[in-house]
Design a protein around this ligand. Sequence first.
Ligand SMILES: Cc1cc2nc3c(=O)[nH]c(=O)nc-3n(C[C@H](O)[C@H](O)[C@H](O)COP(=O)(O)O)c2cc1C
Length: 200
Amino acid sequence: MKESTPTRLIVGITGATGTIFGVRLLQMLHGSGIETHMVMSKWGARTLIHETDYTVEQVQGIATHSYQIGDQGAVISSGSFITLGMVVIPCSMRSLAAIANGLADNLVHRAADVILKERRKLVLVVRESPLNDIHLENMLKLSRMGVVILPPVPAFYNHPQNLDDIINHVTMRILDQFDIHLDVMNRWDGTMLTGTKSVE
Ligand SMILES: Cc1cc2nc3c(=O)[nH]c(=O)nc-3n(C[C@H](O)[C@H](O)[C@H](O)COP(=O)(O)O)c2cc1C
């Protein structure tokens, strides 16, 4: 009998601000038993270097496997490679548009296209502000196909103390989408603090 298929998640990192979310997601899954299969776009790499202290090679080292953006022959380019799904984190408006229109001419877009055709889970951590009609229409189109549109919007109900808390909370909520529940941050427990302030 064959060994059981490992649990795998495809992680795309594209050129939107917030590449640290992609890095944090890989870090959270590192050593968890879930394989990460990472591909980073050229502008994902440029943005990573601009806004974090990480190099592309360091991020590749956190992932279980990594692939070149132009490698359309990589395993994640095929539906026969079984995965939980894919997260694009962060997801630029260009990548959103390419995925919404089936333009699978790089490995991030091809892997996402495969996830869509196989009806697996696709989560897009879209980042742009403000949004124009094209962005919104692309999001709605994909959402109607079952794609989860999950902008990295911070929560304040858990009283984050610093940026790291916000990054961890957002990333934890993204992993929840794949039924990967890591309690790295406090979750909403229904308890509201009012302190000494009166609420009308
Ligand atoms: C520092 C930096 C930050 C950027 N932030 C965003 C962003 O938040 N959202 C976005 O849609 N594009 C952003 N861009 C522009 C994209 O990187 C650009 O459209 C690129 O072509 C995206 O290609 P990709 O989707 O293949 O990574 C940013 C670019 C740079 C250099």
